[in-house]
Design a protein around this ligand. Structure first.
Ligand code: NFS
Ligand code: SF4
Length: 654
């Protein structure tokens, strides 16, 4: 993590650096400046040693053993750090799952015909969900089936009894592990509530027991709320299939009305995107002087959702939101929930840009609010686009500074269904070819490179690009979601031609199957797609009987949101090796840290690693994958050369 004063405006992400330089010259502050202003950050907080759970505190534990070793109530470092970890994970589950709940509501309104503009687009997905939920389909009308499936989905959040129903999609052995550990997730709301309860003053004070609840509440997300969000969104908006698109800030044009959609839930942005294509709206835009019509560009996971389903351009990820506003060419920033910086509003006031909030859950002081519901979304999306069109004339052409970069082409949309079809062909969709190529060693394994790209990394470096290049050069197939995916899309890694940078084995397979070596699978809730893809790998046979045996691993480098830690924890609880590119959030409690990075493996088969030096992470993932291959007995005995930093530098990419 970078702590020194930032001043280098030449580097790997020159587009971002150019805009930042411009902002500096205009006296505009960015998230990177604010990060510097926060240094040094509180050591108690960053190592998990601060507790504010009751009014006798806040209490800190001295990590050097000189000062207090317990809080006023006697809670020790282990308890305080484990509770801190649990609350982060619970908050992440709450965020993803509340998103899932909104989708379930929309699903029901759509089935009832109460949500104009929406429809159930993917019937196969609907029937898949119906089967899992034991909803009868024979002789019934589609809307009836959809309504019952929606109700069943919604029930997963608050049902009084039983477990999450989607866990049946995990390998049987994995379900047994969860059962044995007592961490099979129950109702989602119950797990979040219980996490808050247990981590309050005076309840759970045994760190392993606290972490086991972190596992259970995270599983309620991965195999519950987030998975429901993915599947119901697919049923509503379509399951992603390979689609061409563009990524980077250059997607915005001087001669179009530019609308940013930002946040996470695709309900609003889907409608905004539909309305923007309406000839009547395009005519209005032309009349307002925008001769090329309307451009929609996305930020964060809303962008990923629109990109993988419709090829709508992705403008950037989390740390680019202010930079995009600072182009001066944005008429409206339409936001829903999560990862929206409050600073966007102040910055937009320096330009003609209007920030419009749309969710009752997420208002921002100073922004305009147009509340969008399932029922009024189509009408409100029109209102929003009209506001943007009217605002076009207010641009200050002097201050417009859209970076003159070539946007990157991308081919994205690799849902697990699509991967299966591409591997096996439409009539015998199957993961068999992937299993075979992993077993024969052409592909060494699979790495998930997911999660945030945060303001802690100054854009003169692009660690995600280095990491992914090193992985594919070593014949590791990469699957991506979230802002990590957005970063690699911007970086030009998501085109089939990129396979020339892959190792020989991976390249051959990519050529034969017609996939890029770096697969964009969607937003952060879509990590559930990776869970299902891994389940398919296990079910196909030859790679062990559980996730923990697969030659697979995952990473997130500069994670920032609580949701990222939740994702990491549900993968660890599902048996995966996960490396995060920061210091350990429980570094101040060595026992908890040791448990998460070692001891927990004996129970779940998965474990954490925390490594702030991003250049080491590819090797850690490859070593873990090779270790799993050894255990499976599929490793040939010959010597292999690992690509290192120097080899990687020779790989020239855009
Ligand atoms: Ni994921 Fe998506 Fe990005 Fe991080 Fe935020 S947008 S839900 S949390 S920052 S990857
Ligand atoms: Fe301090 Fe205990 Fe209260 Fe936490 S719960 S603030 S450690 S007294």
């Amino acid at each position: 993590m970078r702590k020194e004063k930032v001043k280098n405006y030449k580097g790997e992400d020159q587009v971002a650096l150019d805009v930042l330089k411009n902002m500096k010259e205009q006296g505009l502050e960015s998230t990177f400046d604010r990060y510097q202003n926060q240094q040094p950050q509180c050591g108690f907080g960053s190592t998990g040693l601060c507790c504010r759970h009751c009014q006798m505190g806040p209490c800190n534990i001295d990590p050097f053993g000189r000062g207090a070793q317990t809080g006023v109530c006697g809670a020790d470092a282990n308890t305080i750090a484990a509770r801190h970890f649990l609350r982060i994970v619970a908050a992440g589950s709450a965020a993803h799952s509340d998103h899932g709940r909104s989708v379930a509501h929309l699903f029901i309104s759509t089935a009832r015909g109460e949500a104009p503009g929406y429809e159930i687009k993917d019937k196969e997905k609907l029937f898949m969900l119906a089967e899992i939920f034991d909803v009868k389909t024979e002789g019934r009308e589609l809307k009836e089936i959809a309504e019952e499936v929606g109700e069943m989905g919604l029930a997963e959040f608050g049902k009084a009894y039983g477990y999450q129903r989607l866990v049946v999609r995990a390998p049987e052995n994995r379900q047994k592990v969860w059962e044995k550990l007592g961490i099979t997730p129950r109702a989602i709301d119950r797990e979040v509530t219980e996490s808050m309860h247990r981590s309050g003053m005076g309840t759970d004070q045994d760190f392993k027991n606290i972490i086991s609840q972190a596992s259970r509440v995270s599983l309620a997300d991965g195999w519950g709320g987030a998975m429901l969000a993915t599947e119901m969104q697919d049923a509503l908006f379509g399951t992603p299939k390979p689609v061409h698109g563009k990524a980077n800030m250059g997607v915005f044009k001087k001669d179009t009305v530019n609308v940013v959609v930002h946040g996470h839930e695709p309900q609003v942005s889907e409608m905004v995107a539909v309305v923007a294509q309406d000839p009547e709206m395009i005519k209005l835009a032309n009349e307002a002087g925008a001769k090329d019509g309307i451009t929609i560009g996305g930020i964060c996971c809303t962008a990923n959702e629109l990109l993988v389903r419709h090829g709508i351009p992705l403008a950037g990820h989390l740390k680019m939101q202010e930079l995009i506003i600072a182009t001066g060419a944005i008429e409206a920033v339409v936001v829903d929930v999560q990862c929206i910086m409050q600073a966007d509003v102040d910055l937009s006031n320096e330009f003609h840009t209007k920030v419009i909030t749309t969710s009752s859950k997420a208002k921002i002081s100073g922004a305009s609010h147009i509340e969008v519901t399932d029922e009024n979304a189509l009408a409100k999306a029109k209102e929003i686009i009209k506001i943007a069109i009217d605002n076009y004339g207010n641009r200050d052409n002097e201050t417009i500074n859209i970076p003159k970069v070539k946007q990157s082409d991308v081919v994205v949309g690799f849902s697990h269904e699509t991967i299966k079809y591409m591997l096996g062909g439409k009539f015998r969709a199957s993961y068999r070819p992937l299993n075979d190529n992993i077993i024969n060693g052409r592909i060494r394994g699979v790495a998930g490179v997911v999660g945030c790209a945060s303001s802690t990394v100054w854009p003169d470096k692009r660690p995600y690009l280095d990491l992914v290049k090193e992985l594919i050069a070593n014949n590791v197939l990469v699957v991506q979601t979230g802002c990590a995916a957005a970063e690699c899309a911007r970086g030009g890694l998501m085109v089939p031609e990129f396979k020339k940078y892959a190792g020989e084995g991976l390249r051959e397979v990519c050529e034969a199957v017609g996939i890029p070596p770096v697969l964009h699978s969607g937003s952060c809730v879509d990590n559930s797609r990776i869970l299902i893809a891994l389940s398919e790998l296990v079910a196909e046979g030859g790679l062990g009987n559980d996730f923990s045996e697969l030659p697979a691993a995952g990473t997130c480098l500069d994670w920032m949101h609580e949701k990222a830690l939740t994702i990491g924890q549900y993968f660890v609880a599902s048996g995966a090796y996960i490396v995060f590119g920061t210091e350990s959030p429980v570094a101040g409690a060595p026992d908890v840290h040791k448990y998460l990075t070692e001891g927990i493996e004996e129970e779940t088969g998965g474990k954490w690693a925390f490594e702030p030096d991003h250049s080491k992470i590819a090797k850690m993932l490859i070593a873990a994958i090779e270790h799993k291959r050894d255990l499976l007995g599929i490793n040939e005995k010959k010597e292999r050369k690992l690509y290192d930093m120097e080899d990687r530098r020779k790989l020239e990419v855009v």
